[in-house]
Design a protein around this ligand. Structure first.
Ligand code: COA
Length: 232
């Protein structure tokens, strides 16, 4: 039987489900993909060559990681999210489902990105006369970006900031800010949100659907809802 991922090195303990491609040869001269120890690559994941990922990486289904991506340890990217090439993620970056991350985006450590967030890198797409290299956002440590936000090209989101769901970030956000709205308004963080992101969230060696974790059949169902979870 032929080697399933000949253009990759994969660390001990990493689970690889069916229909996963690691080290995808996007170019005849492309280098290998490296994935560290104790990760899980779920069905449908595609990781290009020239990618380096640390330990405890978790991908959801149908995740695409294109070339020239670097990730530290404990990064998670959930179902149907895409990282275009030339992206840097530090340690403990947690990206929920249906997130689009454009080329040349920079993430520090312990960042949470809610579902359906879009990062953009070209200010005047298809309408620039001179070619300008597109550039995405620079996101500092401990930022929380709520679901459905749009992050416009080249902005910097300062350390510890909290971006409310649905925000359009069109300018730099100073460290420890609270932003909301389209386009966004910026205020200092309220006291209850002025703290680093929870490390139990950003450093999760095993999350809820992991085959080595506790069986999630014992679902926690909101007690105030009228019916029980399994009454149909
Ligand atoms: C911003 C947020 C933290 C506010 O929560 P809260 O303090 O409980 O706020 P409230 O629901 O009491 O609303 C307070 C005010 O903010 C407004 N508001 C709430 N969320 C907002 C948002 N996302 N964008 C703009 N305004 C918002 C409310 O309309 C309300 O305005 P009013 O005072 O004029 O009536 C919360 O709504 C939010 O966006 N959390 C992120 C959720 C998320 O993305 N999770 C991702 C993982 S699933």
């Amino acid at each position: 039987m032929s080697e399933p991922h000949p253009n990759a090195t994969i660390g001990e303990g990493t689970i690889i489900e069916d229909d996963v491609s690691v080290g995808w040869r996007y170019h005849p001269e492309c280098g290998i993909a490296q994935v560290g120890k104790n990760g899980i690559l779920r069905k449908g994941t595609i990781i290009y060559g020239d990618v380096r990922i640390g330990d405890y990486f978790q991908s959801g289904h149908y995740v695409v990681v294109r070339a020239q991506v670097r990730m530290g340890d404990y990064c998670t990217i959930l179902n149907h999210s895409a990282l275009e090439g030339i992206v840097r993620l530090g340690n403990g970056v947690r990206i929920m489902s249906h997130v689009y991350i454009c080329s040349r985006t920079w993430f520090g450590d312990h960042i949470f990105v809610g579902p359906g967030v879009t990062f953009l890198n070209e200010r005047f797409p298809a309408r620039t006369e001179k070619h300008v290299t597109p550039k995405g956002a620079f996101v500092e440590d401990d930022v929380m970006i709520g679901g459905g936000c749009t992050i416009l090209p080249g902005v910097r989101i300062g350390r510890g900031s909290f971006i409310a769901a649905g925000t359009l970030v069109h300018k730099d956000i100073p460290p420890r800010s609270f932003s909301k709205g389209t386009p966004c308004t910026i205020e200092p963080l309220p006291e209850r949100l002025d703290r680093p992101n929870d490390r139990q969230l950003t450093i999760q060696p095993i999350d809820i659907w992991h085959p080595r974790g506790e069986n999630p059949r014992n679902v926690m169902w909101p007690s105030e809802w009228p019916s029980k979870f399994d009454d149909i």
